[in-house]
Design a protein around this ligand. Structure first.
Ligand code: FAD
Ligand code: NAI
Length: 472
């Protein structure tokens, strides 16, 4: 039987980072993952294979196409004929994915992590945990002193919606071989908005069907309102909120969706339907039932703040445990657990988790929303600055949106930063670092920001907290 110090189940951003960090810390580490391509392990989990990376590749390609179609003329760049070569776009996406997944294989070799292709199941725990690893018709046992479960999540399914050619989950929606003429999407959450953006920019008529009457309820209210206003201005989007799906039927060459809103029942046919109604943790079948691995009421593996499960020497990280389903959250937890196993004392502050939605305009935030502060009875001051008054945004030709900063009314500590606008995904890091160092809005206001840069909008928002923005 193979033995090791740490067995990691899953090679997504939670598992592969945990494995690399364990190996860096001198622990003999094995990482088991069941995802394969062409008979070889396809490391990197959902994120690299069918999530963050391929979606961002297609978002970039489709955004370039839309810019060329609608914006280049204003720069004096005239293109007479333009077309989309979808096969080439998809091939570019696949080569980026392949480069990343083989990059993880390289990092495993470099750090001495042993990678096993197979499906792992925890059979017994204690001083020495035993895992069964199944691959094809072969089964082997693996003994480990510590186990890190990083099995991720899978798309939620809806009654009547069987995934196939026309009804797809996010993985299917990343692999379309032709641009749907009419695309329905169930769920106006992060995936619905990002993948809807891709296909809308490439020419699909996109209809989003969202059960919640509120748009993007996780984001700050002002940001959600602005986002909805901006998206509704774009040709090709219809965003229907507060609907109830009544039935989904795949008919010969289309998908028929019946739903109702406050005005009554509506029936629509789509060439393709994406179901993006959330994801569920892969917590079933990862441990033998008699071990009693504790799950919470929503099916996530129950863990403490150091990602310890109720079983001795067994940890769980990433999408399979509570908290945001984000790659960076999974990775930070993976690194934290590796350091704990190696005897260190790491900590993560879950309140400083940045969120980014890669739409156009982009949306990003960290910390508390106004609604949260109001409900907690915290007194706060607000500073807001529009990108329309920022020189770099004007030069980019994208001056939609704003930066909003929330600071404690008494101490001036920054409590939240919310951005909608160009490169919000990059700008948010400054806010995360500032908050990690307990910065006040005045600390940011007194920090020199290069000119002209988008960061000046964050600077101005911090000045605005004290009512002294300079350029508005
Ligand atoms: P996963 O990445 O899901 O990896 C788990 C791995 O474990 C998988 O390879 C799985 O096959 C394997 N596995 C499961 N069970 C077993 C078993 N019993 N034995 C062996 N192997 C097993 N997050 C962001 O932060 N930014 C983004 O831009 C972003 N974009 C996304 C876009 C899409 C379309 C999707 C679907 C998700 C996106 N996410 C994004 C979310 C992100 O992908 C996840 O939060 C992240 O992958 C979670 O990492 P993980 O390691 O917990 O699990
Ligand atoms: P989500 O939770 O963001 O959105 C799902 C939406 O579907 C919700 O608004 C929900 O109200 C709606 N919904 C659920 N059931 C419905 C029904 N029957 N009818 C109509 N609407 C329904 O989940 P999503 O978009 O599937 O993404 C899953 C997770 O993946 C995200 O929460 C996020 O953590 C991660 N992700 C992160 C990205 C990023 O960081 N940029 C990009 C993509 C995904």
């Amino acid at each position: 039987m193979k033995t090791c110090d740490v067995a990691v189940i899953g090679a997504g951003p939670g598992g592969y980072v945990a494995a690399i960090r364990c190996a860096q810390l001198g622990l003999k580490t094995v990482c088991v993952d069941d995802r394969e391509k062409d008979g070889r392990p396809a490391l990197g989990g959902t994120c690299l294979n069918v999530g963050c990376i391929p979606s961002k590749a297609l978002l970039e390609s489709s955004e370039n196409y839309e810019k060329a179609r609608t914006k280049y003329a204003s720069h004096g760049i005239l293109i007479n004929e333009m077309a989309v070569d979808l096969a080439k776009m998809q091939a570019r996406k696949s080569s980026i994915v392949d480069a990343h997944t083989s990059g993880i294989a390289f990092l495993f070799r470099k750090n001495g992590v042993e990678s096993i292709l197979g499906r792992a199941r925890l059979k017994s725990v204690g001083e020495h945990c035993i895992l069964e690893v199944a691959s094809g018709d072969k089964t082997e046992l693996l003994e480990a002193k510590h186990v890190i479960i990083a099995t991720g999540s899978s798309p939620r399914t809806l009654e009547g919606a069987t995934f196939g050619n026309r009804i797809v989950d996010s993985s299917g929606a990343l692999a379309f071989e032709e641009i749907p003429r009419k695309l329905g999407i169930i769920g106006a959450g992060v995936i619905g908005l990002e993948l809807g953006s891709v296909w809308r920019r490439l020419g699909s008529e996109v209809v989003l069907l969202e059960a919640s009457p509120e748009f993007l309820p996780l984001a700050d209210e002002k940001i959600s309102k602005e986002a909805l206003k901006q998206f509704r201005k774009e040709a090709g989007w219809t965003i229907n909120l507060g609907i109830k799906i009544l039935s989904i039927k795949e008919i010969e060459s289309s998908v028929n969706v019946n739903y109702e809103n406050s005005g009554g029942a509506i029936e629509q046919d789509f060439d393709r339907l994406i179901v993006a109604a959330g994801r569920v943790p892969n917590s079933q079948a990862v441990a033998n039932d008699d071990l009693g691995l504790a799950l919470d009421e929503r099916g996530f593996i129950a863990v403490d703040r150091h990602c310890r499960t109720n079983l001795p020497n067994v940890y769980a990280v990433g999408d399979v445990v509570q908290g945001a389903m984000l790659a960076h959250k999974a990775s930070e937890e993976g690194a934290m657990v590796a350091e704990l196993v190696a005897g260190q004392k790491p900590e993560i502050d879950p309140h400083l988790m940045p969120w980014v939605i890669y739409t156009s305009p982009e949306i990003a935030w960290v910390g508390k929303t106004e609604r949260q502060l109001r409900s907690e009875g915290v007194e706060y001051r607000t500073g807001q600055f529009p990108f329309s008054a920022n020189g770099r945004a004007q030069a980019l030709g994208d001056a939609r949106g704003f930066v909003k900063m929330l600071a404690d009314a008494k101490t001036d500590s920054v409590l939240g930063v919310h951005i909608i606008g160009p490169f919000a995904s990059e700008l948010i890091s400054e806010a995360v670092v500032a908050m990690a160092f307990s910065a006040s809005s005045e600390d940011i206001a007194r920090t020199i920001h290069a000119h002209p840069s988008l960061g000046e909008a964050l600077h101005e928002a911090s000045l605005a907290v004290d009512g002294r923005a300079l350029h508005i």
